[in-house]
Design a protein around this ligand. Structure first.
Ligand code: FHN
Length: 431
């Protein structure tokens, strides 16, 4: 077991190298649920019948869908990869699957929305991933659950016969094969989600992962064929017989200490986070995070060796909401000046300071100063270890032999204290 585990960890380290460098990605939740515009679980929470949900299929006509504009917004925000829902829990496929009629090419859209997304984002040099829901509220052979997490099965056609579940698995594995065969090189397969006994071999995960690895050996797979959505997918096991995937996927939370496996080994992880309180478009949800909050969440993830996958929920017309675009644009402005403290960075060799966070790459330490300091910014632990300091934003020198105070910062740095400032400390050559 030891050697197998070590080899698996080495393989995963190689496979995830780009992922652990890029740190920042775009999550896109889009589908029929953008029409009711009350979030992607609307069918479940409002117990909408198949018949009452059908008009959304009949009406779906995203005539303003412009994936090139989406890709430019992601690029300008400093996002290095992007993951689009190819199918969410309602079973609607944004791609031209040969295994179902419940797909975008059969709506007024008449387009393969996934194919266009992949082409546009690749053209911007952004790595691409697809989210695929293993839960399916539309497929007649998917079991029904009436508890708070799962809809009362409104699909009268559902046969309620456990014996037919294998037909759903054939469908699910078949669609994954379609995505990995017909759409070119994918960088991430993002499954969602396991729960109760619906996990691992219930999905025939070993068979599924083996197929995936045979078709696209380089691809990264999240941990939700095994990990639960409820715990945000932050459970992780490196047990080679249990396919945990390549990265843990905590949701709407940033783990206090990052993520480790059951042996305490740090593992790649990615926190997926919404801009408001919904993944799918929710017109009434105005609870958008500020750009500063987004920046600080990103810095926190990187300071703990993690990534952040930041979500947008496009409208039924195919547009990313303006509020989301405005936040992304401001985050992008900050990253243009401070991206060196994010890309290729991770946990620092120094403990978290009380005024903010450190990230580090090689012998470069980045201080993210969040808290307004009245007295000197306390550099305990750095004295004598740092040769010089520069403000990342403009390269200006910061003197270390004087008591640090806000006055040392550029006036705008102090004024914009609500946003992290980045200082570069070339550390003495590591022994
Ligand atoms: O139920 C889904 C939810 O709609 C959304 O897709 C999130 C994103 O990670 N995952 C599940 C909840 O854990």
């Amino acid at each position: 077991m030891e050697n197998v585990q070590r080899d698996l960890i080495q393989e995963r380290t190689e496979r995830t190298r780009w992922f652990q460098h890029d740190r920042f990605g775009m999550f896109i939740h889009w589908g029929l649920y953008a029409i009711p515009a009350r979030g992607e679980w609307v069918r479940s929470f409002e117990k909408i019948t198949v018949e009452d949900y059908q008009p959304y299929f009949d009406q779906f006509d995203p005539d303003r869908y412009d994936p090139k504009a989406w890709a430019k917004a992601a690029k300008d925000a400093g996002m290095q990869y992007a993951v689009l829902t190819a199918k969410h829990h309602d079973g609607f496929c944004l791609f031209d699957s040969k295994l179902t009629d419940y797909k975008a090419t059969n709506t007024k859209a008449g387009r393969d929305l996934v194919a266009e997304f992949l082409e546009a984002f690749r053209a911007e040099g952004i790595k691409v991933g697809l989210y695929y829901s293993i839960i399916d509220w539309h497929h007649e052979d998917y079991p029904a659950y009436g508890d708070r997490h799962h809809p009362m099965r409104n699909n009268e056609a559902y046969k309620r016969d456990p014996e037919t579940f294998h037909r759903y698995l054939d469908y699910m594995h078949g669609q994954v094969r379609e995505l990995l065969t017909n759409y070119g090189k994918l960088d991430i397969m993002w499954f969602d989600f396991s729960y109760d006994n619906m996990a691992s071999e219930t999905w025939k995960a070993t068979e599924l992962m083996t197929m995936i690895r045979s078709l696209q050996p380089h691809i990264l797979i999240d941990n939700r064929l095994e990990g639960s959505g409820e715990q945000g997918g932050s459970l992780y096991t490196s047990n080679p017989s249990v396919y945990a995937g390549d990265f843990a996927s905590p949701e709407q939370i940033i783990p206090p200490e990052g993520v480790t496996d059951e042996n305490g080994n740090p593992v790649p992880w990615e926190a997926c986070i919404t801009l408001n309180n919904n993944w799918g478009y929710a017109a009434a949800d105005r609870s958008y995070k500020t750009p500063t909050t987004v920046i600080r969440k990103l810095v926190e993830c990187v300071s703990k060796n993690g990534n952040m996958l930041l979500n947008v929920g496009p409208t039924a017309k195919g547009e990313i909401p303006q509020e989301s675009l405005d936040i992304l644009a401001e985050v992008g402005q900050w990253i243009k000046q401070n991206g060196a403290s994010i890309y290729g960075c991770g946990k620092a060799d120094f403990p978290k300071p009380e005024w903010g966070r450190y990230t580090q790459r090689g012998n470069l330490l980045y201080a993210h100063v969040f808290e307004e300091s009245i007295g000197p910014v306390n550099l305990v632990g750095l004295a004598g270890k740092v040769k010089k300091a520069r403000l990342l934003a403009d390269g200006s020198e910061l003197f270390l032999n004087r008591p640090w105070s806000a006055a040392l910062f550029e006036e705008d740095a102090f004024v914009s204290f609500a946003r992290p400032e980045h200082l570069t400390y070339p550390l003495p050559d590591k022994k």
